[in-house]
Design a protein around this ligand. Structure first.
Ligand SMILES: Nc1ncnc2c1ncn2[C@@H]1O[C@H](COP(=O)(O)OP(=O)(O)O)[C@@H](O)[C@H]1O
Ligand SMILES: [Mg+2]
Length: 250
C-alpha cells in the first residue's frame, strides 16, 4: 500500500530550482533508499515530506505530497502533528544536552501523553524499540552526550519513536558512525520496518543494496529511476543508473 504519494514536485530555494517534477509512490512498511551524488536534492526531497523546508526562508514548493491520502501542503494542515507522524533522524546524532531519559521524554512531554502509558513506560518502550534499552537502563539519568556516537544515533531514533510516528526519514544516519555502529543501525532498521515506513538517504550504495526494498536514484534534482532494489542494482532501466552504480560518476 502507498503511504506517501508525491506528484510533480518542484522545489525552489529562492530562484534556484533544486527538485524537478519528482513523482514517487512510497510503500508502507518497506525501506526505501534514496541514492545519488552529493547536491542532487536527496535531503531537500526528504525535507519536503514533513515540511521541514518550511523553516528555510525564501523556499517554494509546487506539486503535491499525499500522506495516507491527505495533502500535507493544504492550508490548515497541522504541521506539528505532521512532523510527529513523519519523524526525522539526521546525519550527525543531535541529542539535547540533557539526560538520556529527558531526551526520549521530550516529545511526549511537549505533545502531551496519550492513552494509558506512563512516561516511564514510553521511555522504556522507545529505548527498547531503538535497541538501546539494555545498554542504558541502569543510567537513564546520565547525560546523553556521554554515550558513543552510535548510541547517540539510536537515542535519536528512540526520541522519534516516543511520539509514535508512522514514517521515519533518515538522512545519512550512519555516515558519521564506525562500521560496527553502522551495522547496528542497519539491523535496527529491519526491526523498525515491521511497524514503520522508512526512507533513508545514503551515499553508500552497499548500504542501500543491503537494507532497502526500493531504491530511487536522484541526479541533478530529478528522480532518474525508482524500482525494486534488486532490479536497480542488477538490471537498471536507465543508463545513468547503470553509470552511477558502477561508479562511473558521483
Ligand atoms: N538551505 C539551502 N539554501 C539554498 N540552497 C540549498 C540549501 N540546501 C540545499 N541547497 C542546494 O540544493 C541542492 C540540493 O541539495 P541537497 O538537497 O542538500 O542535496 P543532497 O542531499 O543530495 O546532497 C544543492 O545545489 C544545494 O546547494
Ligand atoms: Mg544531503
Amino acid at each position: 500500500m502507498d503511504k506517501i504519494v508525491v506528484e510533480h514536485l518542484d522545489f525552489y530555494y529562492g530562484s534556484k530550482q533544486a527538485l524537478y517534477d519528482v513523482s514517487i509512490r512510497i510503500q508502507e512498511r518497506l525501506i526505501t533508499a534514496l541514492i545519488g551524488p552529493s547536491g542532487c536534492g536527496k535531503s531537500t526531497f526528504l525535507r519536503c515530506l514533513n515540511r521541514m523546508n518550511d523553516t528555510i526562508p525564501g523556499t517554494r514548493v509546487e506539486g503535491r505530497v499525499w500522506l495516507d491520502g491527505e495533502d500535507i501542503y493544504r492550508p490548515g494542515m497541522d504541521v506539528v502533528d505532521l512532523r510527529r507522524r513523519v519523524g526525522m533522524v539526521f546525519q550527525r546524532p543531535n541529542p539535547f544536552p540533557q539526560s538520556i531519559y529527558d531526551n526520549v521524554a521530550f516529545g511526549p512531554r511537549i505533545l502531551g501523553l496519550d492513552g494509558h502509558l506512563s512516561l516511564d513506560d514510553i521511555v522504556e518502550q522507545s529505548l527498547r524499540g531503538a535497541a538501546l534499552w539494555d545498554e542504558v537502563k541502569d543510567r537513564l539519568r546520565a547525560p546523553a552526550l556521554s554515550l558513543s556516537g552510535g548510541q547517540q544515533q539510536r537515542l535519536c531514533i528512540a526520541r522519534v519513536l516516543a511520539v509514535e510516528p508512522e514514517v521515519i526519514l533518515m538522512d545519512e544516519p550512519a555516515s558519521a558512525l564506525d562500521p560496527i555502529a553502522t551495522l547496528k543501525i542497519e539491523d535496527l532498521m529491519q526491526e523498525l520496518k515491521t511497524k514503520y515506513t522508512i526512507i533513508i538517504v545514503t551515499h553508500n550504495m552497499q548500504q542501500a543494496a543491503r537494507v532497502s526494498d526500493k531504491t530511487g536514484l536522484f541526479w541533478l534534482g530529478e528522480l532518474v529511476e525508482y524500482d525494486d532494489t534488486s532490479k536497480i542494482f542488477t538490471r537498471p532501466a536507465q543508463q545513468r543508473t547503470e553509470d552511477y552504480i558502477t561508479g562511473r560518476f558521483g
